[in-house]
Each structure stands twice: as C-alpha cells, then as structure tokens.
Design a protein around this ligand. Structure first.
Ligand code: SAH
Length: 252
C-alpha cells in the first residue's frame, strides 16, 4: 500500500472548556489558553475561563449555542481556517466537551477540507458536572445499564427519541437544550408509560457560582424548567441525593 503523505498547515486546537468552573478545565486546555494567539469561543464559555487567556490573545465570540441567533457554521469554520492559514496559534473553545452537541464534526470536516492539522482536547460535559452536583452517579449497577445524552431540539425542531427506552424504570438521560422541549418530552414519556412521579432534576449553571438545582418529577417538569434562565441540563431519572434521602426518611 502506498504511503499517502498529506502536508497539513498549522495545528488548530479544538477544546472543551468544561461547564464553567475554571477548576474543571483540564491541564491541557489551561496550557493552550495561556499560549493561544487567537481564541474563538462559544457564548457559554465563562468569563472566568476567558480571563485565563494570554493578555495579548485576540478573543472572538462566535455566537450563541442553543436557541437565538448564531453565526452560520460555515462562517465560523472560515474564520478558524483564515487565522490558522495566517500562521496564528488558534484555540477553538467550546463549552463542556467539544464532541457533545458542539458541532465538532462539522469543524473537523472543514479543517480536513482545508488541509489544516488539528488536535481535539476533551472537556467535562454539562451532564457530568450536573450529576456531580446532585451527588449522583450517572450509571448505577442494578438501576441503569445505559446513559443517554439527548437534545431537546435539533435543526428540524423538537427532537424525537427512543421514548420507550427512556420511559423504562430506572432510565437515566441528560437532556441538553431541553428548556423549550420540556412539555414535549413530558408528553412523549407519559404516552410511553413513564410514571408521572419519575424524578427529573433541572440543573442550571452547573458548576458556576449561580448554580441552581431544581428537583422535579415528570408531572412538574415543564413548569420547573421554565424557571431556569441560564443554560440548564435536565437529568431525567435522577433526584438530588438529599431529596432521595429525605423521601426515604418520610417513608420510614
Ligand atoms: N458541549 C456542551 C453542550 C453544548 S449544547 C457540553 O458538553 O456540555 C448547550 C447546552 O448544554 C445548554 O443548552 C445546556 O443544556 C447545556 N449546558 C452547557 N453548560 C451548562 C451548564 N454549565 N449548566 C447546565 N447546562 C449546561
């Protein structure tokens, strides 16, 4: 087999900034923050994290994630490529993990097409931070053998899922971008036989100083979700450990 040697220009770092708390950055991402010349970041990357950038770095916000106006993806990719071609050290910073609802694949495709090298640095995804704040495990022997990361909506609108799997007793799922989809999710799950008292917790601003944990059930989920103003992830099937304990105490 003939060796194919492709010459690539530069190296773009595509990294996850975690859920917001700078303590949850990886050492690798912290190092890149300190030496990048151009940083293109999503809106959800926190100010505390951007404060760790090199003072001379050019810091560019690429727009909102989730609902609301955002720069078209091709424009963001074009900007990354232009900076890399100009020989600058580019850091593309996304919230959480870049490979979880972060359009990472589209940017890698664009870099491949442009012949630009890259490295992907993972980050702590919102679901991990949210579960940690509840004192809960995302998987647990005897309860759930699988964990689903799902989105409330996609490019087509409200997202369909494998509702019968999600409605099974003990099922755990992290719902990203679920604020406007909460009623839809509730309706689908009830239709597929999930009990109305199934726990679901809404974690807003996970790991940030303004983190808010709102325990709910499937019955109250839409109304509880509406209370969140910042980024929120819904952990379906999980209650805060304290709430679970107090429920047990009541039962005694
Ligand atoms: N790549 C990110 C997800 C980006 S999609 C990750 O791995 O976490 C944006 C959605 O992520 C938001 O709508 C929200 O559902 C969730 N999210 C991101 N940061 C969050 C945080 N600090 N607290 C709660 N949810 C968060």
């Amino acid at each position: 087999m003939a060796d194919t040697i492709t010459t690539r220009i530069g190296e773009v770092i595509l990294a996850g900034a975690g859920p917001g708390d700078p303590d949850l950055l990886t050492v690798a991402v912290l190092r890149e923050l300190g030496r990048a010349e151009v940083i293109l970041h999503d809106t959800l990357v926190s100010a505390e994290i951007l404060a760790l950038a090199h003072p001379q770095a050019v810091v560019i916000e690429t727009g909102k994630t989730g609902f609301g106006p955002s720069r078209p993806q091709h424009e963001i990719s074009a900007a990354i490529i232009a900076h890399a071609r100009a020989g600058r050290r580019v850091l593309r910073l996304k919230s959480g993990d870049p490979g979880v609802f972060g359009r990472l694949g589209e940017e890698l495709d664009a870099l491949d097409a442009a012949g630009i090298g890259y490295r992907v640095l993972p980050g702590i995804t919102a679901a991990s931070a949210a579960a940690a704040s509840l004192g809960q495990s995302l998987t647990e022997r005897g309860r759930n053998r699988e964990l689903r990361l799902i989105t409330g909506h996609d490019a087509q609108g409200l997202a369909e899922q494998d509702w019968s799997a999600l409605a099974r007793p003990g099922a755990v799922a992290a719902i990203y971008m679920g604020k406007r989809a909460a009623r839809f999710v509730q309706g689908r799950l009830l239709m597929h036989g999930a009990p109305a008292e199934t726990p679901a917790t809404v974690i807003e601003n996970a790991s940030r100083p303004d983190q808010t944990i709102r325990p709910a059930t499937l019955a109250t989920l839409p109304q509880v979700t509406q209370e969140a103003e910042g980024p929120a992830v819904i952990l379906l099937g999980l209650a805060p450990r304290d709430a679970r304990q107090s429920l047990k105490e009541i039962a005694l």
